[in-house]
Design a protein around this ligand. Structure first.
Ligand code: 2AM
Ligand code: CA
Length: 263
């Protein structure tokens, strides 16, 4: 398999899709709700997903596509080549802000992440990596991450976990928020993963993410020495939704053992 050719192909699809998304702001965008009133999808999410799937099915018919809006394949194993695609990660930002969303893509071979892409469409910033070949921000190589103490760390976490909730003990999260240097929430898991990998934040924690939210970002994170697991400390399995944490080296163990108590 020629991964270099797939890499060039994936990048050109991402850039073309990004252009489609930017152009979409010149026409009316149709907004629907999915499972709940705040779980949003637009015609652009669907059109961009269909665009990727049609192209990949035509040019790589043996590859599987796993994607958010349901035009892809149902998979029960990670055998073969699997593309994990979120056409717009951060749909709420796309609708409300017209920025702070990304195309997220990971290409896995027999369960191993080989290629990862996070494209911040409005900033025209592409984070990408190939396994064993390093991670890049546009064409600039990203350095290996160094250890940062929690007191100097910025943690990406959604404010809802500080309030009482059914997933984690919120008092422990309050302690974490007090001890770290600051918190941020960007509303796009892919962008938060890109920011951990490029050192803009030091950790990112989420109580529920889908495979297409994280698959690409994990490949990039691993190339710079970040640690990505679910909140039980296990490798994310990518066959369904799960909890998630990614950090610089050093912080992972400290946050998981001292501040995360799953209910
Ligand atoms: P999305 O915009 O593609 O839905 C913060 O909202 C992050 O969590 C975003 O990356 C968002 O992706 C993702 N997200 C929101 N609701 C989710 C859900 N029910 N399951 C998995 N991921 C979700
Ligand atoms: Ca999405």
């Amino acid at each position: 398999m020629n991964l270099n050719a797939i890499d060039r192909y994936a990048k050109s699809l991402i850039k073309e899709a990004g252009h489609k998304i930017r152009v979409s702001f010149f026409s009316t965008i149709d907004i629907d709700s999915k499972a709940d009133a705040n779980d949003l999808v637009t015609n652009i999410d669907r059109e961009v997903e269909s665009f990727f799937i049609e192209r990949v099915r035509q040019d790589f018919p043996e590859h599987k596509m796993v994607s958010e809006e349901g035009f892809g394949d149902e998979i029960s194993s990670l055998d073969g080549v699997v593309w994990f695609l979120d056409p717009i990660d951060g749909t709420m930002n796309f609708i409300h802000q017209r920025r702070n969303f990304a195309i997220s893509l990971g290409i896995y071979v027999d369960g191993v992440g080989m290629l990862g892409y996070i494209y911040d469409v409005m900033r025209d910033e592409l984070y990408h990596a190939a396994k064993g070949e390093g991670a890049y921000f546009n064409d600039e190589r990203l350095p290996q991450l160094e250890i940062t103490p929690l007191e100097e760390a910025i943690i990406g976490i959604n404010a809802s976990w500080v309030a009482p909730n059914h997933r984690v003990e919120n008092e422990k999260i309050i302690e974490l928020v007090r001890r770290c240097r600051g918190t941020r929430s960007y509303g796009s898991a892919a962008i938060e993963l890109a920011y951990v990998s490029s050192g803009k934040i030091d950790a990112y924690i989420s109580m529920r993410l889908a495979p297409w939210d994280i698959a690409g970002g994990i490949v990039i994170a691993q190339e710079v020495g970040a640690v990505a697991t679910n909140l039980k400390g296990e490798t994310p399995h990518l066959l369904g939704s799960d909890t998630f944490i990614v950090t610089r080296p050093g912080l992972h163990e400290e946050i998981l053992s001292n501040y995360i108590r799953l209910k």
